[in-house]
Design a protein around this ligand. Structure first.
Ligand SMILES: *Cc1c(COP(=O)(O)O)cnc(C)c1O
Length: 410
């Protein structure tokens, strides 16, 4: 089956008694059992029956199952936010005394999670430019438990060579963990390029265009966790085998103890979002490429950044990894911070809001918002420029969007 068909055809775990065509939302905390034995089997993992919605809920399980089928993963865990998915992944692989080698061009909260939260627990992070494979390699040692990066960084739009990183990671016995939020799995196959653990903020494309928050933690079951320096994963390996240690820790320890499983309400919205993911992405990304091309001819814009543009320094690598439409976000550089503010204030169709891949187009000045609490020096180190405006492209007509940009530039 083609992707467009496959995306609509995953059956429910059990047929609905009323034959509901949409997955019902199971608004319940607990589940009732026919016997004490059945209850014990569910609680001890001897049956798949759900016991309590912190650990599993049928509506959430259905979303996980659909994503698992679409990506070819062995296991998917749906969480309440993208940050929860990142926190779970990095907590799962690490331990006090170990280190993570991470990109220095990350989503702002990911930087803070690594530096402040995990840092306070005795987990060190070594930041590197992930477009420089040698720089990454030079930071790895026998206490390195993972490599973590974003496939296209935001807002810099730098592209890492994923196969090269996978090779470095695997030679060193480390899993490659990728935040792939910027290009959805309908067009980008993380598994084929050697990614072991994929993280998606499903708040973005998958929610159906900004209907709510969500995160997906996807395990391809390809990494041999007996190589991990984490004593917990070593231990798990002995019990569940080399390939399933990560998922076993997530499902039996982290979900129960950290408690951030996606709610059934959010999972329902996300299953609706999945239905239209492919068609929305193609349209939004198609408009993005066209808009970026048009903006290159506008006086007043110093630089247009989108890796789908033929003259972008990452174009060839981006095209090889993500195809001709690498996401539905681009940036423009204006003369100054004042020019960027004035441009944003004069937009009428494009909304002043954060978020990516809403159905509506959104503009933001990253340096003063998402990165507003970092120092000038830190922003410079992360290549977040004061002159940059980020535009996330929605489902509006492309010509109307271009006219809005043109008049605001004027
Ligand atoms: C939005 C985003 C996140 C965080 O996701 P939330 O769902 O907001 O927690 C992480 N990484 C990237 C690349 C993002 O765009």
């Amino acid at each position: 089956m083609k992707y467009e068909t496959q995306i609509l055809t995953t059956p429910y775990q059990q047929p609905d008694v009323y034959g509901a065509l949409s997955m019902p939302v199971y608004y319940t905390a607990a589940f009732e059992f026919p016997s004490a034995k059945a209850m014990s089997d569910a609680f001890c993992g001897r049956s798949m029956a759900p016991s309590y919605s912190r650990i599993a809920n049928p509506t959430t399980t259905y979303l996980e199952e659909r994503v698992r089928k679409l990506t070819g993963a062995v296991s998917v865990t749906a969480l309440n936010t993208g940050m929860a998915a990142i926190a779970y992944a990095l907590t799962c692989v690490s331990a006090a005394g170990l280190n993570i080698v991470a990109s220095k061009h990350l989503f702002g909260n990911s930087v803070s999670l690594l530096r402040d939260t995990l840092g306070s627990l005795g987990i060190e992070t070594r930041f590197a430019d992930f477009t420089d494979a040698e720089a990454v390699q030079s930071l790895i040692d026998d206490k390195t438990c993972a490599l973590f990066f974003e496939i296209i960084t935001n807002p810099q739009l730098l592209v890492a060579d994923i196969r090269a990183l996978a090779q470095i990671a695997h030679q060193a016995g480390c899993p490659l963990i990728a935040d792939t939020t910027i290009v959805p799995f309908s067009v980008f196959r993380a598994k084929d390029l050697g990614v072991d653990i994929e993280i998606v903020s499903s708040t973005k494309y998958i929610s159906g265009g900004g209907t709510g928050l969500g995160g997906l933690l996807i395990d391809y079951g390809q990494f041999d966790w007996s190589q991990s320096p984490s004593p917990v994963l070593q231990n798990k390996t002995r019990r569940v085998g080399k390939k399933m240690a990560f998922t076993a820790r997530v499902k039996t320890e982290l979900l129960t103890n950290l408690g951030a499983l996606m709610t059934p309400q959010a999972a329902y919205m996300e299953t609706l979002g999945l239905d239209t993911l492919d068609i929305r992405f193609k349209r939004q990304a198609g408009t993005t490429l066209w808009l970026a091309q048009q903006c290159q001819h506008l006086d007043g814009i110093k630089k247009v950044n989108y890796t789908g543009l033929a003259d972008n320094p990452f174009h060839e690598l981006s095209d090889r990894q993500f195809g001709p439409l690498p996401g539905a976000v681009f940036t423009i550089d204006l003369a100054s911070r004042e020019a960027a503010f004035s441009f944003i204030d004069n937009l009428h169709v494009i909304r002043r809001a954060t978020n990516l891949f809403d159905r509506k187009s959104l503009a933001i000045h990253p340096a003063s918002t998402i990165f507003g609490l970092f120092t000038d020096e830190q922003r410079q180190e992360m290549s977040v420029s004061d002159a940059t405006v980020r535009i996330s492209v929605g489902l509006e007509d492309g010509e109307d969007l271009f006219e809005d940009i043109r008049q605001a530039i004027q």
